[in-house]
Design a protein around this ligand. Sequence first.
Ligand code: PLP
Length: 385
Amino acid sequence: MTERFRFALNPYRQEPLPAALVPPPAEEALGFHRSLPGYRATPLLSLPALARDLGLGALWIKDEGQRFGLGAFKALGASWAIHRWMREHVAGAPATFATATDGNHGRAVAWTARTLGQKAVVFVPRQTAPARIAAIRGEGAEVVVVDGSYDDAVRRAAAESAERGWQVISDTAYPGYTEIPRFIMDGYETLFAEAAAQLGAAGARQPTAVLLQAGVGGLAGAGVAFYSRRPGAPRPRIASVEPTDADCLLESITSPAGEVRQGRGSQRSIMAGLNCGIPSLAAWPLLRAGLDLFLAVDDGYAEEAMRRLASGRGGDPRLVAGESGAAGLAGLLALCGEAALAQACAALGLGPGSRVLLVNTEGATDPEGYRRIVGAAPDRVEATC
Ligand SMILES: Cc1ncc(COP(=O)(O)O)c(C=O)c1O
């Protein structure tokens, strides 16, 4: 039988986080995003019925499926990184941006390039869903299907870019390439800043626990950075949630010295955005010092989470969450439902006094897969919101 979940507490956690690890506040990125056409803060939804079912005090989910009409949070990173790069390097000269992606980041790079009148070439692994490829092409980018994994696509994008003089806009950092992935993480912080402001405006208290789905760890690293900079407020407990089939953060934290390691899985999870083989070097030091829990769950939990979010059960708002989008809730369902995860639950302080924040990082970016899992087309779910 395949493993349904796996976890590790973090033996390297530091409180407070060493200042040298924490990047400067990303307020400039937030101001930049606000200036973009089509910007609006994505909704932050309260799910009181689900919170009750799981024995939590409160549960909030930030719906990034609605970000810039692109179906995922990724444009926060790509747009800011490309803006920073253009500002420092070319000031308007023509450029070609290249990247590797499981779908969402590539679409975000393509969208940004098109908006700026520049070119994009996007490398995708063989198993990428046709709808995700079509969405990237729809933004005017050239798509190259690589006969291999996401990591193979990362290597191919780097090699071809070096040969052809393209600028790589990768969301993962590797030896010799760290600056742009750092900008991308700065860009992701916008969603946490919005959530903090939305909770404040609703008169709600800030979260005590945050579960963040992870591929290479950029989003989770941005969360750690954001919440470690809140003077006077205790840092919430933070967990990464990965597929058991692509568990590079979990493998890294459990390696002998807690160093970056290749994941164990075959990277065939339905949580396609999380199918990554190795953590980002830009994110890892933050995750190693800042996460409370590393959790991996199998696809069954993601499917259950997608259905629950679509159901509106108990009067909660309905939400269209794609496979990777629902992964934070997938982790939470496992934590709250499995006796064997009691220690992991305790590490996050989950219980009636806890306030949990999740991020729906994508909508139905593969509508066919969504229909198969949820039993309804995404527009049918939205129509009943
Ligand atoms: C929908 C979605 N959620 C989460 C992630 C994970 O982000 P990261 O790779 O920065 O950990 C991705 C990455 O592509 C994604 O597409």
